[in-house]
Ligand binder design. Sequence first.
Ligand SMILES: [Zn+2]
Length: 69
Amino acid sequence: MKKTRPKKFKNRFQKFYHLNKDRINKKRRLVYKQKDKKGTCVRCKKRALKGITFCAFHRKKQHQYNMNR
Ligand SMILES: [Zn+2]
């Protein structure tokens, strides 16, 4: 039998994320920015193409992903 406890979160990971999402997102943005500055692909360690944050391989992947939506 299930316990009748209010379940706000599916699991403790979701709870953790909910409680820390501001911090997590801030950190993510920071990493993204840093990579952007260095000209490194945000998906891997390869050099990004000029003006974007992806390498040639991941730009292609991203493009395909957008096409499928
Ligand atoms: Zn890449």
